[in-house]
Design a protein around this ligand. Structure first.
Ligand code: ATP
Length: 330
């Protein structure tokens, strides 16, 4: 039996994790879940939101499914998500945003893959308080990380029969840092003559995305723009409740939804488990369990087709009832 780390998170994390485990179990696929708690709830008992045992578990199992873990705004512990990505060198954040069967949205034909650099940029955490009234954050961009993520985007395009990779920067203003990212893209792109290349500034991209998103294929972005643009793209396909994601490195892969821990709806049986479920579907495909992945995905689409939705998608089902409907459709 395949052993997989499950970080069940905090906020809505535990409720959507329960739903997803039940659905996978009902599909007939046997997984030995290595459940690891992390986040705000364990700081008091373990002194850290990300104990070594969590990292060791992923190192041993190579694959993890991760529910959201809170990142408090302002002072406090460093983000578990950022630390996890850095420690395991999960340099590529992959967020496919495709219209879901039977979910009505503003635009048809949205099929965008956001490839976000995951290890540096303003997320490097190099900040200092210059004086009481001044603070600085360093935007760190290196050629090594930029070329690596651009290569990942082009390889993804080749392997998944995509036709174009578009690089997103603000290189007209941040001539050195974003300029280096753009230059790395241009270098790497020369090895992929079969893929079309496009360059766009991030502000223009945002306007184009809300007017005509179908024109975009694979996007590759530095960390911060990637974070913001992937939420925008999630909105195009039905919101955060349905947007799947994965963090991939040379040795390990951690699959997680785009959304955060949504503390405002914690424990209310309101959370949509779809984003975590679709992240799990990607994980099953990644480990070669394609048939189970497709069965689960089809059961989800059938559930939507029958008009069954959680409240974020305009329906009236709670997390548990929605999960039950998917299980019935398996
Ligand atoms: P983070 O900084 O951790 O990414 P965030 O501030 O972007 O978090 P989220 O927790 O992702 O915020 O959620 C924003 C809002 O979207 C939530 O307050 C919640 O109302 C809604 N939301 C997010 N995920 C879901 C979900 N799975 N089901 C239903 N609503 C959700």
């Amino acid at each position: 039996m395949r052993r997989i780390t499950l970080i069940n998170g905090d906020g809505i994390g535990p409720e959507i994790s329960d739903a997803v485990i039940k659905i996978i179990d009902a599909s007939g696929l046997k997984i030995d879940w290595d459940i690891q708690t992390a986040g705000a709830d364990i700081i008091e008992t373990e002194g850290t939101p990300l104990p070594e045992r969590v990292l060791n578990s992923i190192k041993e199992n190579k694959i993890a499914l991760k529910a959201p873990v809170t990142t408090p705004i302002g002072k406090g512990f460093r983000s578990v998500n950022v630390k996890l990505r850095k420690e395991l060198d999960l340099y590529a954040n992959l967020r496919p945003c495709k219209n879901l069967v039977n979910v009505k949205t503003k635009f048809d034909n949205v099929d965008i893959v956001v490839v976000r650099e995951n290890t540096e940029d303003l997320y490097a955490g190099i900040e200092r308080q210059v004086d009481v009234d001044t603070a600085e954050s360093i935007k760190l961009i290196t050629r090594k990380a930029s070329e690596r993520i651009c290569k990942f985007a082009f390889d993804y395009a080749v392997q998944n029969s995509r036709s174009e990779v578009c690089v997103v920067t603000k290189a007209n203003i941040m001539k050195l840092s974003d300029g280096l990212f753009l230059d790395s893209f241009r270098n790497v792109s020369q090895n992929y003559p079969q893929i079309k290349k496009r360059e766009i500034l991030v502000d223009n991209l945002c306007m184009q995305l809300v007017q005509n998103p179908a024109q975009f294929d694979v996007l590759v972005l530095p960390n911060l723009y990637g974070d913001i643009v992937s939420d925008l793209c999630a909105g195009l396909i039905g919101g955060l409740g349905v947007a799947r994601g994965a963090n991939i490195g040379e040795n390990y892969a951690v699959f997680e939804p785009v959304h955060g821990s949504a503390p405002d709806i914690k424990g209310l049986n309101k959370a949509n488990p779809t984003a975590l479920l679709l992240s799990a579907v990607e994980m099953l495909k990644y480990i070669g369990e394609r048939e189970y992945a497709e069965n689960i995905e089809n059961a989800l689409y059938k559930t939507f087709k029958n008009g069954c939705f959680t409240s974020d998608l305009g329906g009236n089902l709670g997390t548990n009832e929605f999960c039950q409907k998917i299980i019935e459709n398996l």
